[in-house]
Design a protein around this ligand. Structure first.
Ligand SMILES: C[S@@+](CC[C@H](N)C(=O)[O-])C[C@H]1O[C@@H](n2cnc3c(N)ncnc32)[C@H](O)[C@@H]1O
Length: 229
């Protein structure tokens, strides 16, 4: 058993982590991207700093201000790092040196996000929205990315939520990438293999692809969904 969480936590990853979780090429980063459930990730903020305004991040947490997001992060971070320290065999220390380095990185990521958040809210780069229904036009995006929400929280979000959410993501984006495919308990999500044939019947293809990123042991694959043409 690796990690137990009562709810979905606002823990964010950096641009480099997104690049490694999703095999993002320089061409990918130039596309119209939807970051779904981006929370306090600094993916959007760091790309903005590099002069790219092609990412819209959505999350229900964007209904509240930065101070509240910071408080929610602070409420959970000690427990999460303590759980990581208690289960050393469950983690791969390649991208992060050790649990305290992971804490520092998550804090740095949160700070980069917070510095960008108010401006990004005003300009529409951070929008309040929630799966399984998104306020976007069909194929408004080239690429939708969803990290550490679907599949990871299989104990909190049921099969129907996953099915509806993936179909909705495929409606608004030409290609959808989701990472990881394992749960908080390091088990392959029970939904991934059940969903793929159902989605294939509805015209959505899927490929499971190994990626360079691995922090949870065994969490080194993403799934790529696209509409059959
Ligand atoms: C663990 S965080 C991951 C943040 C970011 N994707 C990353 O990997 O750095 C999960 C995020 O999913 C968001 N979330 C929860 N329910 C959601 C929903 N129904 N639709 C979209 N996002 C949701 C949470 O608010 C939280 O910010």
């Amino acid at each position: 058993m690796s990690m137990t969480l009562d709810s979905i936590v606002p823990f964010g990853r950096s641009l480099l982590e997104y690049q490694r979780m999703f095999n993002l090429s320089p061409q990918d980063l130039g596309q119209r991207i939807l970051g779904c459930g981006d929370g306090p990730a600094s993916f959007n903020a760091e790309l903005h700093q590099l002069g790219c305004d092609n990412v819209i991040s959505i999350d229900p947490i964007y209904a509240v201000g930065g101070e509240v997001i910071q408080q929610r992060f602070e409420q959970v971070v000690d427990d999460i790092i303590a759980q990581v320290k208690a289960t050393p065999e469950d983690w791969v220390w390649r991208d992060h040196h050790d649990p305290e380095a992971l804490r520092r990185h998550r804090l740095q990521t949160l700070q980069m996000f917070l510095q960008d958040y108010e401006l990004g809210r005003q300009t529409g780069r951070y929008q309040v929205a929630s799966l399984p229904t998104l306020p976007f036009a069909d194929q408004q995006f080239d690429l939708a990315l969803c990290s550490h929400l679907l599949f990871l929280y299989s104990d909190h979000l049921d099969y129907t939520f996953h099915l509806d959410s993936i179909q909705e993501l495929c409606r608004v984006a030409t290609q959808v990438r989701i990472f990881p495919l394992i749960t908080l308990a390091l088990q392959r999500s029970p939904y991934i293999d059940a969903l793929r044939p159902t989605l294939a019947d509805r015209g959505i293809t899927s490929d499971i692809i190994p990626v360079a990123y691995e922090l949870q042991k065994g969490g080194n694959e993403m799934v790529v969904f696209s509409q059959k043409i």
